[in-house]
Design a protein around this ligand. Structure first.
Ligand SMILES: *Cc1c(COP(=O)(O)O)cnc(C)c1O
Length: 386
């Protein structure tokens, strides 16, 4: 049995640090400084500049996505993606109860309502069986052929799985269910840059995927996000609608639809270009860290959360499942008291006041996990001298 004390000293050894240890801190060096200086020297710090185009091209190429469109943050990327997928006022969007609040905020600002289904213990993300059960028991087709919530007649606008802590959901099954019910799939891949499902990058399985480059994500642009688009028409429309829908012209201001101002500034994209170059090294480091945690916790009463067998995860945030809620609370208290930042998983969405009346299926796994999950420090670790 591994005591909490042993775990905490193991973490201190890994980070070679006697001070506070954050959950996930970014790393910068001369590469980022040089790009930012380029940006300032050129005066192109804002909505026009070459780094935005480069960051989008590099990201599309890394993810093998038809097109990538940079945005001000991940929430904006999700909101734009859902809007483009046709989600609007009075629609229902099916997602998981165990997620970060941004998933729900994005769809609610389009006038839609979330419906919550359970997560799978395999991935901690949307469970295909729970999705199918929700559709067969609470949904049906209306006379127009739309899939609707039977109880209210509201149209189901999209399905939004989220790859929790970077671990890919069971995409083959979810893709099949979405196509059976003719529902657009939009992946919340905010946490899963660098995570692959059977060799293909997360965020490229649905019509759209959304990434985030917030300060705590695997790479950061300060604030930022990206919409991954799976066809070139969607890609062009996404760029248009996230940049005020201005019709290209040397000096006229003509806009042809109501649109967002979600474009990522060049300054942030400069940081993103530098960070993306480092992603492969970060991934190797984080996967090695996860293996160390896993080996250390083997046989303890903390169950380490491993990537599903079908996936290669970025291990953005390492997590353990405690034996019970009492052990969870003890680990949270002892670690935070000693300056090692650990966190419980987000409060489940249907427990938040603004989402408490949303339709939902059985959320047994989500409730069980929320009482037991704890995230452990997961920053890229200092290089161990060879
Ligand atoms: C980080 C995150 C987002 C987007 O966050 P931003 O801070 O807006 O970039 C969305 N969904 C999930 C699950 C996230 O973890």
């Amino acid at each position: 049995m591994t005591s909490t004390k042993a775990l905490l000293s193991f973490i201190r050894d890994i980070y070679q640090n006697k001070g506070p240890i954050p959950l996930h801190a970014p790393q910068f060096d001369v590469t980022e400084k040089a790009r930012l200086m380029d940006c300032i020297d050129s005066t192109f710090v804002s909505s026009v500049g070459p780094f935005v185009d480069q960051f989008e091209k590099d990201m599309a190429s890394y993810c093998q996505s038809s097109r990538a469109v940079a945005t001000v943050n991940g929430t904006a990327a999700l909101q734009a993606a859902l809007h483009l997928a046709g989600v609007g006022r009075n629609d229902i969007v099916i997602t998981q109860a165990l997620t970060f609040v941004a998933t729900c905020n994005a769809l609610h600002f389009l006038g839609a309502t979330a419906a919550f289904v359970d997560v799978s213990p395999i991935s901690l993300g949307l469970c295909p069986d729970a999705l199918q059960l929700f559709l067969t028991s609470q949904c049906g087709k209306n006379t127009k052929g739309d899939t609707v919530l039977l109880n209210t007649g509201q149209r189901i606008g999209a399905v939004v799985p989220m790859h929790t802590f970077g671990h890919p959901v069971q995409l083959d099954e979810i893709v099949a269910i979405c196509s059976e019910w003719q529902l657009p799939l939009v992946e919340d891949a905010a946490e899963s840059l660098g995570s692959f499902y059977r060799g293909r990058h997360t965020g490229t399985f649905g019509r759209f995927g959304a990434l985030s480059f917030n300060g705590n994500k695997i790479i950061t642009t300060g604030g930022g996000g990206m919409v991954l688009c799976q066809n070139s028409a969607d890609g062009a429309h996404c760029k248009h609608v996230t940049t005020t829908a201005k019709v290209a012209h040397p000096y006229r201001f003509f806009h042809d639809e109501v649109a967002f101002n979600f474009r990522m500034p060049n300054l942030n994209a400069a940081l993103g270009c530098a960070q993306l170059e480092k992603l492969p090294a970060y991934l190797a480091n984080k996967r090695a860290l996860a293996a160390q945690y896993q080996a250390f916790l083997q046989g303890s009463d903390y169950q380490f959360v491993c990537e599903p067998e079908y996936a290669s995860s970025n291990y953005w945030l390492n997590a353990v499942i405690c034996a019970d809620e009492q052990q969870q609370q003890l680990l949270l208290k002892q670690s935070n008291d000693s300056g090692i930042m650990t966190r419980p998983v987000w409060e489940l969405m249907h427990h938040l006041p603004m989402f408490k009346d949303c339709p939902r299926g059985n959320l047994g796994h989500s409730e069980w996990l929320a009482k037991r999950l704890v995230n452990l420090p997961s920053s890229v670790t200092p290089e161990v001298p060879a």
